[in-house]
Design a protein around this ligand. Structure first.
Ligand SMILES: C[S@@+](CC[C@H](N)C(=O)[O-])C[C@H]1O[C@@H](n2cnc3c(N)ncnc32)[C@H](O)[C@@H]1O
Length: 342
């Protein structure tokens, strides 16, 4: 990156933004908690003692819940944070928001299926690998002016059916064909580890019972057939993984809700790296992560909370609701090319 680093938002701004743009309409409790923190200088000052990346509302709230706070009014969170802060800090420092959302696969599938098949997939920031197996889930797509469309893996319906709304695009006729997959994460999660599973459940926002059920079902599937995930930094490990991918398949490097954890210089390094490698690049990240990409289509962003920008090779293709609930395709859809050879 060149020039001065962008100024970091304040704790008040981060929590205000979270309340208004992410939690609103998704979790009443988190909306109230985040708005409460934003309006509370004493609590903001306490959270401000954390390193930048650890000030995330979801991480701080999850730590409080991990230590016994039940979802409820802001006053209870306030007391908990002020009275038990020393207890929470080690949890906040040791753990990460490794939220896995299998539902995001419903947004990846139309894009992945439009690429020449078969596919080799590399997910950076794969966590427990639940978004690295889009071909193992069933889908129920609810489309504009059409009946729901169901897609199942070749070997039959999956125990996990992902429901999603598609706007401006039809679902593909079949699931992508994945012949190879690999992931990298700073801290891969073993889907069989009870402690890790409990932390992932704590990360699910209060009131989002559909996400909890999805998480448990996807973890069970992953535990039965885990995917290979290398431990390490994506900037270091990606070239080695790309070198291992088999010939004869379209290699796709993808990520969702990961690049947001990199600072501006690292984001640029990642972008330079991925665009220099022999692969397609699918990004599913918050709108602020690559502002030059989202800025060009900002006017098309759907109303409501938490839409990620879905892009292919640095070109915006759609707005993806942050937890997989909908995909709004942009007006320049890619022609479906299913079953083309790479
Ligand atoms: C919020 S999770 C997203 C998991 C999954 N992609 C999904 O959408 O459900 C973000 C993951 O990125 C990983 N991560 C963050 N920075 C990373 C880095 N520099 N290298 C590798 N993994 C990283 C974290 O450990 C975490 O597991």
């Amino acid at each position: 990156m060149t020039g001065a680093a962008a100024q970091q938002p304040t704790v008040r701004e981060v929590y205000q933004q979270f309340a208004q743009c992410e939690a609103a309409g998704q979790s009443v409790v988190f909306e109230q908690w985040a708005a409460g923190v934003a309006a509370d200088p004493e609590v903001c000052a306490v959270i401000d003692t954390l390193p930048g990346v650890k000030r995330q509302p979801n991480l701080v709230f999850a730590a409080a819940r991990w230590h016994g706070l039940e979802p409820g009014p802001y006053g209870a969170l306030r007391r908990f944070l002020l009275e038990r802060w020393n207890e929470l800090v080690p949890t906040i420092m040791r753990r990460r928001t490794q939220t896995n959302e299998a539902g995001r696969c419903a947004q990846l599938v139309p894009l992945l299926a439009s690429l020449p098949q078969p596919l080799a997939l590399i997910e950076v920031g794969a966590s427990a690998g639940l978004t690295l197996v889009p071909d193992r889930y069933s889908y129920a797509y609810h489309c504009d002016e059409a009946d729901a469309v169901r897609l199942d893996p070749d070997d039959g319906p999956s125990p996990l059916v992902l429901h999603s709304e598609l706007h401006g695009i039809r679902p593909p006729s079949s699931l992508p064909l994945v012949v190879w997959r690999a992931g990298v994460d700073l801290d891969p999660i073993d889907p069989r580890d009870p402690d890790a599973r409990a932390w992932l459940e704590t990360l699910v926002w209060p009131g989002e019972d559909d996400r909890l059920a999805r998480l448990r079902a996807a973890l069970d599937l992953a535990a039965a057939d885990p995917v290979p995930i290398v431990r390490g930094d994506l900037l270091d490990e990606l070239p080695g993984l790309v070198a291992q991918a088999p010939a004869g398949a379209t290699l796709v490097v993808f990520h969702s809700a990961v690049i947001v954890y990199l600072d501006d210089a690292e984001r640029q390094r990642f972008r330079d790296l991925v665009t220099s490698l022999p692969c397609r690049w699918v990004s599913n990240e918050g709108a602020t992560v690559f502002p030059d990409l989202s800025g060009s289509v900002e006017a098309t962003r759907p109303a409501g909370s938490g839409h990620h920008l879905l892009s292919l090779d640095g070109v915006p293709v759609g707005w993806a609701q942050g937890h997989g609930r909908s995909l709004t395709w942009l007006s320049n859809p890619l022609p479906p090319q299913h079953n083309e050879t790479p």
